[in-house]
Design a protein around this ligand. Structure first.
Ligand SMILES: Nc1nc2c(ncn2[C@@H]2O[C@H](COP(=O)(O)OP(=O)(O)OP(=O)(O)O)[C@@H](O)[C@H]2O)c(=O)[nH]1
Ligand SMILES: [Mg+2]
Length: 251
């Protein structure tokens, strides 16, 4: 397992998997579980956002029960949504992701995107939907939900994995987290309708491997699937902003 920063990532480097999610949801922790170490990707404490910049880690893809040829995974760790580490909120996180992909990748194939949500967030649905008190029947999606729907739509079936984390905290909460997970599944229905799938990560290697195996058993995709067609715009920043705005457009 290594953190590599200089060489461009090509189709021979491995399969790229993008890890995104709320700050503190456990993106970096997931990498460490897969790597079998505690400090490959720096994890945060319980109070402050940690990962401030996009970066990647290389791990061997877990082989399924049928064996197969060993492959490398390029796990891309990203700053958390709602973390405000870079200022500018979720849109700024997306702009950073686009810039990183543009600067560091040259032909690498995409396996998919894993999105993390911690069940410890009370009223976790607020990250995705808003319901007006005056009209409870009217549900509005947050921009985060619309970004995720943009990813799901562009990726197609089974490529956006929505993963609930921090299951073992349920014992301290004295609450059945299955209910929270099921509630999130209802909230995420528009994402599932767009092709996303929902998974549980009870903080062990087996469940991390299961999630990864279900991604990599499918054909890989060109990175352009999420980046969109080549733009005439010469400035990377402008292209990144156009891209993040494009994700908001419902298609
Ligand atoms: N109990 C439990 N703790 C977890 C789990 N995942 C992460 N943690 C802990 O939660 C804290 C935050 O995890 P990180 O992996 O740093 O979260 P992150 O999503 O990378 O957060 P940012 O880098 O701020 O975006 C750390 O103390 C982790 O050890 C989990 O599944 N269960
Ligand atoms: Mg992190």
């Amino acid at each position: 397992m290594t953190a590599e920063t200089k060489k461009k990532l090509t189709k021979d480097s491995g399969i790229l998997i993008l890890l995104v999610g709320l700050t503190g949801a456990g993106k970096s922790h997931f990498i460490n579980v897969l790597a079998g170490t505690q400090n490959t990707a720096p994890e945060g404490d319980s109070l402050t956002p940690k990962t401030g910049e996009v970066g990647h880690y290389v791990v061997e893809a877990p082989l399924g029960s049928g064996g197969g040829t060993p492959q490398k995974l390029i796990l891309v760790d990203t700053p958390g949504f709602d973390g405000e580490t870079s200022g500018g909120g979720d849109a700024a996180v997306l702009v950073n992701i686009f810039k990183w992909l543009t600067e560091h990748c040259d032909g690498i194939r995409l396996g998919g995107i894993i999105y993390f949500h911690p069940l410890t967030h009370d009223r976790g649905a607020v990250h995705y939907i808003k319901i007006k008190e005056a009209n409870p029947g009217e549900v509005h999606e947050t921009s985060l939900m619309r970004y995720l729907r943009g990813f799901a739509t562009r990726l197609g079936q089974n490529r956006l994995m929505l993963v609930t984390t921090k299951w073992e905290s349920a014992t301290q909460w004295k609450e059945d987290f299955t209910k929270r997970h099921d509630r999130m599944s209802e909230v995420w229905k528009p994402l599932v309708d767009a092709g996303a799938t929902i998974w549980r990560f009870p903080d062990n290697l087996g469940s991390a491997e299961l999630i990864i195996q279900n991604l990599v058993k499918q054909e890989t995709l060109p990175l352009s699937r999420i980046q969109g067609p080549p733009s005439q715009e010469s400035s990377t920043h402008k292209r990144a902003v156009d891209w993040s705005c494009g994700l908001l457009v419902n298609k």
